[in-house]
Every structure is written in C-alpha cells, then in structure tokens.
Write a protein that binds this ligand. Structure first.
Ligand SMILES: Cc1ncc(C[n+]2csc(CCOP(=O)(O)OP(=O)(O)O)c2C)c(N)n1
Ligand SMILES: [Mg+2]
Length: 327
C-alpha cells in the first residue's frame, strides 16, 4: 500500500462523508425539503476527496453540479462548519450564500470555493483570470477547474487550455469522466473517449487516473499540484469514474454496467478492502468511522431544517456588487 494508513483512513472518512451527505440530501429531497434540482456525486467520491485533501483555502476550485462533496469538505476543513453547505442546499439563511445559491450557484471564496453556475463549464474562461492574477502577483496558488466529460464539448474548453498553456497559468484541469453527458456515452459525444486526447495538443502534462482508486487519485493530484505550484504551468488530470445517479434521476444504463460499478468498482468498498487487508484496522473500526460521520451528517441536516428561511426583504442583498437596488 502506497499511502500511510492514517492518510488513507482520513480519506476513507472524507469519502464516506460525501456519500452520507449525498444520501441524506437525496432522502430529504424526495420528501420535498430541498428546493431545485439535485445532481449527486455518489460513486465519484475519490476524486472529490483527493482534490479537497490537497487544495488550500488560498487556492481555488470551480465546482460543477456534482460537487456538494468537495464544497462540504472545503467548508469543514477551512471554516469548521460543513453544515452551512447543507443549509445552503436547503435554501436556508444560515447557508454559505444565505440560501440564495442552492445546489448550482453556491460559492465561498474564503474556503477556495469560487462557485458553480448553471451554464456548464462557463468557469473554464473565468479560471484563467484568477490564475493570471495569481501569476502576476507571484502568489503560488492553484486554480482548479472541475469539468465533466460532457462539459468538455464547449468551445471554451479549447480557448481555456490554449491560453493556460501559452501563458503557463497555474491551472489544474480536473476532468471527471463518468462516461456520460446526461445519457450520451462519452465516445459518441467526442472524437475520443479519452478526454486527454483532446487536451494533449496544448502541451501540458495529461494523465488518466483511476478515479475510483483513492490512493492513485490522491497521489496524482499531489503530483499535479506540486508541478503547478513550482511555476510550470497547467496540468490536466482525467479521472475515469462513474456516477451512480443518471443525470438527476432515473436509470438508462444496462443492468450489468450498473452492477459492475456499484458492486465491483465502488471507491469506498475498494478503499475499505485495502485498509483491512493492509493494516491492523478491522471492519468494526471502519464501521465506527462510518457511524460517526453519519451522525455528523444527520446533525447537519437538523441544523439546515431548523434554520430560518431567508428574509424576503434581503432578496437583493449580496447579489450585486457596488450598487444598490432600490426597487
Ligand atoms: C452550457 C450548458 N449546456 C447544457 C446544459 C444542460 N446540462 C446540465 S448537466 C449536462 C451534462 C453534463 O455532462 P457532464 O459534463 O459529463 O457532467 P455529469 O452530469 O456527467 O457529471 C448538461 C448538458 C447546461 N447546464 N449548460
Ligand atoms: Mg459526465
């Protein structure tokens, strides 16, 4: 086993937190307690836990629509109040954006979360501005752009990679290739099912990672971030993974594929087996970790549910910068 056991157990705990967060959220969504749409990142926990483990509060990441997990981990790690991401998704005043952002528009730059928006991948352009500012100020930060395989189909993908490459900007492209854009298989939507093939022409390191193997994901993110922080320019990681959810509900994939990814390639199950096989930790020890995390997530849900709704009188507060809306 490559990583020390403490690190691996910490990552296991973080992956479990993401899954418990998503399952808890889904349960409440079905009860009608969570407004808007819900795209969960179940099955993709290793990628998010690996990125969250390495990104500092002074770095930034642009999350996509499946990134509740990294949002919660960053909030927990840097401000100690992950429950505010849950509250945000419940549309409550205690959320990180006072309940106005919800799943697709929440942000908190204080923890490095520079925000998603519903126009998939629009931040592939924005990330360049952040990275250029840091480069000009000689601040050794990393701007991470999390994009799905379908999002890569936008024209800005090429503009972004090109500009990041020619200016050697500190951008980490983290492409989460879960095999589908809505229900379009990646190999039918793009000229190559390996997104790195589309990125290689821009001359940056391009690496395919098993996105369901937390050790590999953690190690490859570390390498990429070290490379970028040292001033070498952008880096492209493609995480091969699979989302348990369709786009947001329903199932369109063959039963044998679903079975393979959920039973054989579940990143949490793989990590559990690795830990038990290679350390004194037992399944009971890990069950205790899981129970603690589940209890914490239920506390977050209670916090969200018992928080007040936003005050309608403050609907325009914090929405516009530098000018006031009076009517
Ligand atoms: C510019 C834009 N086009 C289309 C959509 C509608 N849309 C939402 S999610 C999605 C698929 C995204 O696929 P992918 O990037 O692979 O992410 P995944 O859902 O698989 O995680 C699309 C087309 C959108 N939100 N924005
Ligand atoms: Mg996809």
């Amino acid at each position: 086993m490559g990583l020390d056991i403490e690190t691996l157990v910490d990552l296991y705990r973080d992956m479990w937190l993401i899954r418990a967060f998503e399952f808890g959220l889904e349960r409440e969504f079905k009860k009608g307690n969570v407004p808007g749409m819900l795209h969960t990142g179940v099955g993709q926990e290793a990628t998010q836990a690996a990125l969250a483990a390495h990104l500092k509060a002074t770095d930034c990441f642009f999350p996509d629509h499946r990134c509740h997990g990294i949002n919660a981990l960053a909030q927990e790690k840097h401000q100690g109040d992950g429950e505010r991401i849950m509250a945000e998704l419940f549309g409550r005043a205690t959320g990180v954006c006072s309940g106005k952002g919800g799943s697709l528009h929440s942000a908190n730059p204080r923890v490095g979360n520079f925000g998603d928006n519903a126009v998939e991948g629009s931040y592939m352009a924005t990330v360049l501005g952040v990275a250029l500012a840091w480069q000009m100020r000689k601040e050794p930060n990393v701007a991470c752009c999390i994009i799905g395989d379908g999002t890569v189909g936008r024209g800005e993908f090429h503009e972004s990679l090109n500009m990041a490459a020619i200016w050697k900007l500190p951008v980490l492209y983290a492409c989460v290739n879960n095999g589908y854009a809505i229900s379009m298989p990646v190999g039918r939507g793009h000229a190559s099912a390996d997104i790195v093939d589309l990125a290689r022409g821009y001359g940056m390191p391009c690496v395919i990672v098993d996105g369901n193997d937390i050790e590999l994901a953690y190690t490859e993110v570390q390498k990429a971030i070290d490379f970028i922080r040292a001033g070498n320019g952008p880096y492209f990681l493609e995480f091969k993974t699979w989302r348990w959810q369709g786009l947001f509900s329903g199932e369109f994939r063959p039963p044998e594929e679903v079975k393979y990814w959920k039973e054989d390639r579940d990143p949490i199950k793989l990590a559990r087996e690795k830990i038990v096989a290679n350390s004194p930790m037992t399944l009971d020890d890990l069950a205790r970790v899981e129970a603690e995390v589940k209890a914490e997530i239920e506390r977050w849900i209670d916090f969200a549910k018992s928080s007040p709704m936003p005050d309608p009188a403050k609907a325009t507060a914090d929405v516009y910068v530098g000018w006031e809306v009076t009517s």
